[in-house]
Design a protein around this ligand. Sequence first.
Ligand code: PMV
Length: 315
Amino acid sequence: MPAVYATAPGKAILFGEHAVVYGQPAIAVPITTIMAKAVILAEPLKPHGYIRIEAPQIDLDCEIDQLPKDHPLNLAVTLVMQQVQIRELPALRLRITSTIPVAAGLGSGAAVSIAIIRSLTSFLGFPIQPEDISKIAFEVEKKYHGNPSGIDNTVITYAQPIYFVRGQPFEFIKVIRPFELIIADSGVKSSTATVVSDVRQLWQANPAEYERLFNSIGEITNQARLMVEGGSLETLGNLMNENHEYLKTMGVSSPLLDQLIQSALAAGALGAKLSGAGRGGNIIALVKLEDIGRVSSALLEAGAENTFNTTVHST
Ligand code: PMV
């Protein structure tokens, strides 16, 4: 049997991170220039139920039973088995690779889960709907993010810009004029669960102040949606800057992230902000096509470990 494979892109949160956990809207976009890939090969000489998992980038090469039951890779496979109502899989080898930086706010965990879910269901010849893919990936996210909003699994499953409010049906955003984003990875690993839990403590200690911040970010996100759907890129850039100021006040930025943002703006970006949980991870900058090279070089000089760019559009 030939190998079966599936991929899933990275993602960036354009507006509304953290506030989205508290019911405010957020906008997320796929980053299709980076992706996770899962390849499945049948192992016809091995007994039924044999599953070997290889993830060379995290030095993992073992049989699935050697992983804890709640390990994200094991959990993704188990949840697919439950979905397709199968007790034992035919012998197989699952190889996972990814060009999405880990713990950088770029959706690496959700993308790996989604690549696994897609490849395994395709290997088994079981059609699966996007909402079920997203639901399974959300279950895996819950294991290691504690209290995820669900935005990552949704944007990565559908690979389209989305407007997302926790607990409500999400909406696709129609991007009227495609635009360019540069994503700069600070190289500083950041645990989403830790930052989300710190924000929760700050909110509990000072609910009025934090709710004011969340509401302001929600208003910015709604204005940004209008700009993405047909307004001015200059205004969109300014809204990114404003959103970043609120994230700074919330205590989730860092001197390095602020420095990257300043360098991007000085090199001609229309706007820039941290994206994802913050403290480390990545920043995003809105740029004109002709400024990509200059802004990317400025970001690398200012200390970014790596930069990617992507065109945000809807299909
Ligand atoms: O996984 P990250 O780092 O992109 O952050 C997720 C965004 C948060 O709003 C901070 C958390 C969430 O679940 O929405």
